[in-house]
Ligand binder design. Structure first.
Ligand code: HEC
Ligand code: HEC
Length: 231
């Protein structure tokens, strides 16, 4: 029991101690966004007006690390997000409150989605720009980025929001179910099964075997020590 209590404390205490103060989204906005989008979100000559953009758009731009831009002449591109998830949420709340309601973050369910349908739509509506394997492609004006790192929610947001020169697809073009199907298909493209011969095929089983050996033997060792003490 003391051991269990100690283990529990190890797990529970740091979580309790780390409970963060709610991030001050207003301060973050004024420091990182207002220079281009203005303190009230009405825009400047460095950045567009944000009124009514909605949570889907704000989440897309901030969670893909595109915002904040470091300079108005910089081209937006995917980067690691600048903020923690909690700060992102607070910032989205703040900007939405400042600029009024707009499209919500779409709900996606990739587990029950129709992959075949997703593939059909992807080839029809997306592949021309992002390439059939979602590796990205060249456009006249600018590049369509690869989708290898986009989360299903970001895929759905991009479809509804239409960032930059990408067209927005409304519910009449891509229904909410289809939205999940396309997001699931992009996810599947990110994890190809490589049935035709994986170059790591010879290493994979060896690595798995080694893991089983170490983890399995370790577990046996621990178990036998516990049993041994009781006897
Ligand atoms: C250096 C200037 C700059 C800064 C700083 C900046 N932005 Fe932007 N923002 C832009 C520009 C320029 C665009 C248009 C980008 C494009 O279409 O490629 C934009 C677009 C956006 C959009 C999409 C607007 C729309 O109409 O679709 C959102 C949302 C946004 N920014 C939020 C933010 C937030 C939140 C921050 C702070 C964390 C921020 N931006 C910081 C310049 C900036
Ligand atoms: C006309 C070309 C075009 C079409 C068609 C198009 N896109 Fe895009 N897409 C773009 C461009 C350009 C961007 C980058 C926008 C920016 O950052 O300004 C983009 C961005 C994205 C992103 C963000 C990627 C990232 O970095 O995280 C996703 C996800 C995405 N598109 C998915 C789709 C899906 C799914 C479809 C089909 C329903 C589609 N796109 C159709 C051009 C296109």
């Amino acid at each position: 029991v003391p051991v269990a209590a100690a283990l529990l404390a190890l797990v529970v205490l740091p979580a309790a101690r780390a409970a963060p103060a709610p991030p001050d989204a207003r301060r973050v906005y004024l420091r990182d966004c207002a220079v281009c989008h203005a303190a009230d979100g009405t825009g400047t000559n460095r950045g567009p007006v944000l009124s009514g953009v909605g949570r889907a758009s704000i989440h897309y731009w901030v969670s893909t690390g595109r915002m904040p831009l470091s300079s108005p002449t910089e081209r937006d591109r995917r980067r690691p997000p600048r903020y923690s998830a909690a700060t992102q949420d607070a910032l989205i709340d703040y900007v939405t409150q400042l600029t009024g309601p707009g499209p919500a973050v779409p709900a996606v369910d990739t587990h029950h989605a129709d992959l075949a349908r997703g593939g059909e739509l992807y080839r029809l509506d997306c592949a021309a720009c992002h390439a059939w394997a979602a590796t990205g492609g060249a456009l006249l004006e600018r590049e369509a980025p690869p989708l290898g790192k986009s989360t299903p929610v970001q895929v759905a947001e991009a479809i509804r929001v239409g960032p930059g020169v990408m067209p927005a697809f409304g519910p009449s073009a891509i229904t909410d179910d289809d939205l999940s199907a396309v997001a699931a298909y992009v996810r599947a493209l990110q994890n190809p099964q490589d049935r035709g011969g994986n170059p790591l095929g010879h290493i994979g089983p060896l690595a798995e075997g080694a893991a089983a050996f170490v983890v399995g033997l370790g577990a046996l060792l621990v178990a036998s020590r516990i049993i041994g003490k009781r006897a």
